[in-house]
Design a protein around this ligand. Structure first.
Ligand code: ISL
Length: 549
């Protein structure tokens, strides 16, 4: 039996503010724009909104490089706009979750500027190391290409950045830094925000002395040093401290972004009695084994099934609660990863919705996912904006040439999911009256919110129906889950049940017809399907939801 919590029952929607809705014609989404779309989200059935960072930032990594935690990015509006947004969200009975980027700050943050001016106090807020022989202090590499160290002439010292050259890692060993971060979190909680998504929170504790990364691990992963910080020695201590000092007194919700953590460590981060985080994002289901994000391959949903069986059966045992997601602002669109053939877009988009909203856990829908958005047809590197993509391109082109480099970058570029939200068929898809900061997807005339709302059979309306069903039936939230025919390839069948109802879900995970295995359940009533009728075989990506009567 699970303790009831609003965030277990909620359907959460991620907004990437830069690309959601522009209100002033500068081509960049903003807070007023978000405000104008709240009724759409409420109507969809959304309970809580997670906003990617809206703090003041020079935008080297679109707001994940924060210059001032106490100010709003000027392109997005003012603090007044933020307060107004929060009020409007609450008025509609929804909750607002902020992004908390506390592994690093921008190099333009005043702490870092003071450090560069020579302040010993603020140098200790970051990982500075004196220059010894002209080489970086260790072999760690950045996730966004090249070494993880910048050299600063004036100080004759190096400073650590796991991400871009302008995202400087904070030194969590320093109690003053922790005190300042906690005060900042409380400042936002005092405003009334309901919770946080904690950016790469599992990276905050680094192994003492910052030793060299293992050569083999580095080669295998493509990054050096990860083993010294992805699950650092003081991670649990720091999380317990923030929870006790900031989150708990406000009853604030937290979801940690924790790449590479695996199930057992996830349990240690989220088991309720440990008082660290409420949920985490585990990413291992986003690529099939042996593949990474920039590989050119198609995702086999049988792996998703395998992964989910494991988590459904083993994670919940220890009183943990799972987040369910296919997309976010760091990944290409899931439909395109599984099958880019447009003939399957609709069935596949609905199949993904079916699994995400009927498996056990809290669904996070990423903007555009609900209308079945697909990857962009970028034509050249000039169309891309993301620092990760551009750095990778520049690194790769030296060895493989421009064309091959661009092709590889396109496989995994984060820009696929960062193009503007497609609201209608008007110019610029209703996103802006100006020139969008990144090109609009060419398919917006067909794939947009207005058209999908009108079409009873659309992916969007499928989401709406599923969300409603989830709200009306506790079986989908707190109910048990039992997976059937685990070994049967290409079908994913499971039962959700609570005291008062039992549902059967059957999915075909591939583009070919497969034999159905649910005929033994005689007295069932079809509630929702991505096909119009029932046939004796399961058609490509067919997904059916029945009530067992
Ligand atoms: O997308 C990735 C690289 O291919 C991931 O490694 C990603 O960088 C990682 O999951 C951390 O993501 C978060 O922190 C980054 C930021 O760029 C991402 O947008 C954010 O979600 C640094 O703040």
């Amino acid at each position: 039996d699970f303790e009831r919590k609003w965030w277990k029952e909620a359907v959460i929607y991620q907004i990437y503010p830069r690309s959601f809705q522009d209100s002033d014609g500068d081509g960049i989404g903003d807070l007023k724009g978000i405000c104008s779309r709240l009724d759409y989200l409420k109507d969809l059935g959304i309970d809580a909104i997670w906003l990617s960072p809206v703090y003041d930032s020079p935008n080297d990594d679109n707001g994940y490089d924060i210059r001032d935690y106490y100010a709003i990015m000027k392109e997005f509006g003012t603090m007044e706009d933020f307060d107004n947004l929060l009020e409007e969200v609450h008025k509609r009975g929804m909750k607002l979750i902020m992004d908390l980027v506390i592994n690093h700050t921008s190099d333009e943050h005043e702490w870092f500027k003071k450090a560069l001016e020579g302040s010993e106090k603020y140098k200790d807020y970051y990982h500075f190391a004196d220059n010894k022989d002209g080489n970086p202090p260790n072999n760690w590499t950045s996730f966004f290409s090249g070494p993880a160290w910048n050299y600063y002439d004036k100080l004759d010292a190096w400073a650590l950045h796991l991400f871009s050259k302008k995202q400087m890692d904070l030194n969590w060993e320093n109690p003053d830094l922790r005190r300042d971060v906690i005060a900042m979190i409380k400042w936002w909680l005092d405003k009334g925000v309901d919770g946080f998504r904690l950016d790469v929170i599992n990276y905050i504790s680094k192994k003492e002395g910052l030793p060299d990364g293992n050569e083999l691990i580095g080669q295998l992963m493509g990054y050096y040093g990860v083993e010294h910080y992805f699950y650092g020695p003081k991670l649990h201590d720091y999380l317990k401290e923030i929870k006790k000092e900031a989150f708990e007194p406000y009853n604030a919700f937290t979801v940690g972004e924790t790449p590479g953590i695996g199930m057992e460590m996830s349990k240690l981060l989220t088991a309720a009695y440990r008082k660290e985080l409420d949920m985490i994002f585990s990413f291992d289901h986003l690529e099939t084994p042996g593949h990474s994000k920039f590989d050119d391959y198609l995702y086999d949903l049988n792996y998703y099934k395998e992964y989910m069986i494991d988590w459904m059966e083993n994670y919940y045992k220890d009183n943990c609660w799972m987040s369910l997601f296919f997309e976010n602002h760091d990944n290409p669109r899931m439909i395109s990863k599984v099958n880019p053939d447009p003939a399957y877009r609709k069935a596949l988009g609905k199949l993904l919705a079916m699994m995400q909203l009927t498996l056990k856990g809290t669904p996070f829908i990423y903007q555009g996912q609900e209308i079945g958005a697909v990857n962009r047809d970028f034509k050249s590197i000039d169309d891309l904006r993301d620092v990760e993509s551009i750095n990778l391109y520049n690194e790769l082109k030296v060895s493989v040439g421009e064309e091959a480099a661009f092709k590889k970058v396109l496989c995994g570029s984060r820009d696929h999911s960062r193009t503007p939200m497609q609201w209608d068929a008007s110019e610029n898809a209703g996103f802006t009256t100006g020139t969008p900061w990144i090109g609009i997807c060419g398919d917006y005339k067909n794939i947009n919110v207005e058209a999908e709302l009108k079409d009873e059979d659309s992916i969007l309306n499928f989401y709406r129906k599923l969300i409603r069903l989830r709200k009306e039936n506790e079986a989908f939230v707190y109910g048990d889950i039992k997976i059937l025919d685990k070994k049967k390839k290409n079908v994913f069948t499971y039962i959700r049940s609570s005291k008062d109802s039992t549902f059967l879900i059957e999915c075909n995970l591939c583009q070919y017809p497969v034999k159905r295995s649910t005929n033994k359940y005689k007295s069932k009533q079809l509630i929702l399907s991505n096909y119009n009728d029932i046939s004796d075989i399961l058609r490509p990506y067919e997904a059916n939801l029945y009530r067992i009567v």
